[in-house]
Design a protein around this ligand. Structure first.
Ligand code: PLP
Length: 493
């Protein structure tokens, strides 16, 4: 029977007394999901714990446990004497699937016929990648500079000479020559220590996140996520039913001591240590060591997403955390989709020895394997030294593009946009300093297809900065200068 209290209709809260998860956890998850999906709007008032416990037929301690957890994570504001209100700001919600709308009942995003996992998996739609080249699209490589002829010849040569060997089914963990080439490259370029068997070839970092979430997390497990952080990671962990615990980032990267205090028992920490997404800072060595020590001591996993670390402009790229790990707790993810081109769909995950068989089996069970022809071409591209040469050229080109963007921001947008860390990577995050909301700025920028992204939705908690995530790798210096002028004009209009 639907429950109604204090003006908010909460028919979806009834915990399942026969279920495996404790009742307070179920209640916490349902409330959290309702808040994230917008079924419970910001500032709506919840019934008191006493009323809710009576109506749901559960103990007051159960409701209290769920409310306390939501309060600690910033989803609720609790005031003595005046009850609890939903605190999650509008912008912090993940974008919601249009498909979710027809099935919504009484405000809850429940779609008939789907499993609980299916509900979570289909709830959120990540922002679509633009199909055209837009000047500020983050993480878009320089498609104008990609050696397409060379790549075309490499693919054609593999297709011509390899015959049926590349046309039969491949190994789930990947084409061995490519796994060997990746292991060799990572050892010299990133300080990663692994044998080729530990390298799995996947289609994307997103697949690495999805597989890791499915294999390493149970429903309700806590996961540390950088705050602000990568939406793709948040979506993968939430789809797996994990409890995402935002851990703030400062100039030295993830504040490990805050994570240890707020969620000491987390099963996994997701980090972008070489170049934090989106703020661009680098995780300091003491913090790296503290993170590894926490993972070792609590038998947790660290998932290191090294998505654009090869592009560091003033100094040599920093070695990966994986190379510092002696306890075998780090999984290391990297992608070719950002260095080569997005539609390539080749990425890799380096896992500790003990996880190799499980990840290989899961890869086979969920997808099979990556296309053999692309893998063989990529292996050859690396073995012949073309990949290293391409990286060197892109490092130079991106340094020039970054300088052009920073220079244009200084000249044209000094009074309202302040760029953050920009020593590395393919984007810079610029903070709005004039009190405007990034939502309004990006709405205007979208009318001219500038590709700028908002900073504020990348926060999960209440303490949010307004800003723009501006890619610089995909457009020429002239294109970036002109895009900054357009952005400033739109803002002034
Ligand atoms: C932090 C981070 N990791 C990973 C990726 C994407 O990698 P892939 O396309 O291989 O999933 C991105 C792309 O935007 C990113 O920002």
């Amino acid at each position: 029977m639907p429950k109604r209290a204090a003006g908010v209709s909460l028919p979806f809260l009834q915990p399942d007394t026969g279920g495996d998860a404790p009742l307070h956890r179920q209640l916490y998850e349902r409330l959290r999901e309702a808040i994230l999906s917008g079924a419970l709007a910001p500032r709506s008032r919840l019934p008191s714990t006493r009323t809710l416990s009576r109506e749901l037929g559960v103990s007051r301690g159960t409701v209290e446990g769920a409310f306390a957890q939501l309060d600690a994570e910033g989803f609720l504001e609790r005031r003595v004497g005046s009850g609890s209100v939903v605190a999650l700001p509008e912008h912090a919600r993940l974008p919601r699937s249009v498909a979710a709308t027809p099935g919504r009942r009484n405000g809850a995003s429940i779609r008939p016929g789907l499993s609980r996992r299916g509900q979570r998996l289909s709830r959120d739609v990540l922002p679509p990648e633009p199909r055209d080249v837009q000047p500020f699209t983050p993480c878009l490589p320089a498609l104008d500079l990609f050696p397409m002829r060379l790549w075309g010849r490499t693919v054609a040569k593999q297709a011509r000479h390899s015959g049926p060997a590349l046309m039969t089914a491949g190994e789930p963990a990947g084409f061995r020559p490519l796994r060997e080439a990746i292991a060799a490259h990572l050892a010299t370029a990133r300080g990663v220590r692994c044998g080729w068997r530990q390298v799995l070839v996947l289609s994307s970092t997103q697949q690495a996140l999805d597989l890791s979430a499915r294999l390493l997390l149970d429903e309700g497990d806590a996961v540390w996520l950088e705050e602000p952080g990568y939406l793709g990671a948040r979506a993968a962990f939430e789809s797996a039913g994990a409890r995402v615990q935002p851990v703030p980032v400062d100039t030295e990267g993830l504040r490990v001591e805050v994570g240890t205090r707020r969620a000491p028992g987390a099963r996994l920490a997701y980090v972008t240590p070489s170049h934090q997404y989106p703020l661009g800072v680098t995780l300091s060595l003491p913090r790296r060591l503290a993170l590894l020590e926490w993972a070792r001591a609590s038998s947790a996993w660290v998932l290191e997403d090294d998505y654009d670390s090869e592009f560091r402009y003033a100094t040599r790229p920093l070695a990966a955390i994986q190379g510092l790990d002696v306890a075998g707790r780090v999984l290391y993810a990297g992608t070719f989709n950002k260095v080569m081109f997005p539609s390539l769909r080749l990425a890799f995950l380096v896992v500790p020895e003990v996880l190799v068989d499980a990840f290989t089996a899961a890869r086979a069970a969920t997808d099979g394997h990556a296309p053999l022809l692309s893998q063989a071409a990529m292996a050859h591209f690396m073995e012949a030294g073309h990949y290293a040469a391409h990286l060197r050229q892109m490092r130079l080109a991106y340094a020039e593009r970054r300088d052009a963007l920073l220079d244009a921001l200084r000249r044209e947008a000094d009074g309202w946009l302040r760029p953050g860390a920009a020593e590395a990577g393919m984007h810079v995050t610029a903070f709005l300093t004039d009190g405007k909301r990034d939502e309004d700025v990006v709405r205007r920028a979208d009318t001219r297809r500038l590709g700028a992204r908002r900073l504020s939705p990348l926060y999960l908690g209440r303490d949010v900065a307004q800003g723009l995530v501006l890619g610089f790798s995909g457009a020429s210096p002239a294109g970036l200068r002109s895009a900054v002028r357009t952005l400033t004009r739109l803002r002034d209009d």
